[in-house]
Design a protein around this ligand. Structure first.
Ligand code: ADP
Length: 192
């Protein structure tokens, strides 16, 4: 089983690359952001709870996020492996994920971080906000808050997996195809 964490700040291209990786490696893509947007779209109790945080550019509390992620993983016992996108975003989430994988008799193979400078992130997110319908992409101060939250709460997750020798940085500027190739090279090295 290959279980990847696709990591990086908001706007670093995780969703775009995940879609391409799924096609090539036949892994199940789990994006906590997409799951929250689905819940919000259906106005479920979970969606209502998440909305107040997401619209401010803050993280949804760990217990809510971990519970949702666990349900999704457990609903797919036959998956050949997973691509986690937007999860884990905090150390407690990383610990919960490791525990969940261990329960399945599996583990995280690698964390691949898309490395992109802040100014490029802001530019990409504002551009995406013109068409995505995402409120959290239209306001520059909310975008900057998301980047700050990434630095303070999420970046330590990189160190957590680095200590296990599983974290790698991939340069995230260039064409979508170029970046995809960089990621594939790392993944192929894992299975070789
Ligand atoms: P981005 O494109 O900014 O990386 P996502 O689509 O992954 O954003 O997530 C959008 C929002 O959903 C985040 O800003 C956050 O509020 C919430 N969210 C997504 N994943 C998590 C998580 N693992 N923990 C807490 N909140 C999350």
């Amino acid at each position: 089983m290959i279980n990847l964490i696709l990591f990086g700040p908001p706007g670093s291209g995780k969703g775009t690359q995940a879609a391409k990786l799924v096609e090539k490696y036949h892994l199940l893509h789990i994006s906590t952001g997409d799951l929250f947007r689905y819940e919000m779209g259906n106005d479920t109790p979970l969606g209502k709870k998440a909305k107040s945080y997401i619209e401010k550019g803050e993280l949804v509390p760990d217990e809510v996020t971990v519970g949702m992620l666990r349900n999704k993983v457990e609903a797919n016992p036959d998956a050949a492996g997973f691509i986690f996108d937007g999860f884990p975003r905090t150390i407690p989430q990383a610990e919960a994920l490791d525990e969940l994988m261990a329960e399945k008799g599996s583990r995280i193979s690698a964390l691949l971080m898309l490395d992109v400078p802040d100014e490029e992130l802001v530019k990409r997110l504002l551009e995406r906000g013109k068409t995505s319908g995402r409120k959290d992409d239209t306001d520059e101060s909310i975008i900057r808050n998301r980047i700050e939250v990434y630095k303070s709460e999420t970046a330590p997750v990189f160190d957590y997996y680095q200590a296990k020798d599983k974290a790698e940085k991939v340069y995230g500027l260039g064409s979508i195809e170029e970046i995809f190739e960089r990621l594939c090279n790392r993944i192929d090295a894992l299975v070789a």
